[in-house]
Design a protein. Sequence first.
Lengths: 171, 31
Amino acid sequence: MYAGHIAAGLAIKGYTAKAPTWALLTGVFVPDFLWIAFARMGIEPTRPDAFFDDWSHSLLMVVIWAALFAALFWRLGRTVMLAAWLAVFSHFLLDAPIHPKYLALYPHSSFHIGVVASHGQFALRNWFVECLVVLILSFVYARRAHRCGLRGNLIAATLVLAAGLQLLTLL
Amino acid sequence: MNTQHVVVQLLLILIPLIVISLMNEFGGQER
């Protein structure tokens, strides 16, 4: 999931105008930022035969990362903290149906969550699932942003960018 | 994951993040 995470951050932004957009868009990618860092450190191998991302992507760890990330915004109030927490946690919710590997309950857990763990076989199906997610969340964002008074051309530009990013994943 | 892969991954996340944030925070209100 790529553009879907951005759309999730935007949808959350629609409901919490006070929350900085950069914070929400950073939040939705926190597990991926950690995954990149952990992969570089050798903690989470990315080789297909030894793929492991429980420290960055398991349910328990995402809840913890979300809490730590939300704590950074304590000065902005509870609403912004909740929005930041939800932004990080949305990563788990959106990844669960279409992740390369079933997501663990906690690091090294034998219990896993997910619908499809194979990208190769279901790549196109997953792409359409992501399209649907982007479409729904973009609609939520557009409606709320319009209600908050954001200029129409900026809403449209944001939606075009999100759609473009989704198309980019076809390459 | 090699350095080039890391840089591409980060750019793919950071570029839209910065562009969308700037548009939404400093783009201005309709009313």
